[in-house]
Design a protein around this ligand. Structure first.
Ligand SMILES: [Zn+2]
Length: 176
């Protein structure tokens, strides 16, 4: 059976699941099915594989792309909402993503909100807190949750530092 296509297809070879074994994958790529002799592309292939396996959680802050940060943010926001409930609050959603067709491109102010807002790059969430049915509108009302958020990752920012208490974000290129 010739192994012709790239990563991501069926990795069951000879009854063994090789999907977790990078070395085996390389061996398949350079094996008899690959054609004439040794292939110089192997090290490059291996590099790609290891890169693909490095999740956004394993990268240093400097290594993280915008996409990595967006995925990390999506991973952290459910924990933030859980934490709010653990602290006894109820939560509703305010703005998360602000579409550039409505709000203008990054750097352009077309509607309300900051021209360089993290909402425009999928890195911010506004959460409304309620306690005993009462809507909490002050920045201070968010402090406990905000400081918890700041402790979750070096990129986490709480809007309470700039009088925007319900704003929870990850920073990117100076934006918060
Ligand atoms: Zn916000």
């Amino acid at each position: 059976m010739a192994k012709q296509s790239g990563l991501g297809d069926n990795l069951y070879v000879g009854g063994y699941d090789l999907s977790g074994d990078v070395r085996s994958l390389s061996a398949i790529g350079g094996g008899p099915a690959a054609g004439s002799g040794r292939r110089t592309g192997n090290s490059e292939t291996r590099e790609k594989e290891s890169h693909a396996q490095k999740s956004e959680q394993e990268k240093s802050v400097e290594e993280m792309t915008l996409s990595d940060k967006q995925k990390l943010f999506a991973r952290l926001v459910p924990r933030l909402i859980d934490r709010a409930h653990e602290l006894g609050y109820e939560v509703t959603f305010g703005d998360f993503f602000r579409d550039q067709r409505s709000h203008g491109k990054l750097g352009v102010k077309k509607a309300y909100g900051n021209a360089f807002s993290c909402h425009k790059i999928r890195l911010a969430a506004d959460l409304n807190l309620f306690l005993d049915g009462k809507y909490l509108t002050k920045t201070e009302d968010h402090r406990e949750l905000g400081e918890w958020w700041e402790a979750q990752h070096p990129l986490c920012c709480w809007g309470g530092r700039f009088d925007d208490g319900n704003h929870y974000s990850l920073t990117h290129e100076g934006m918060k």
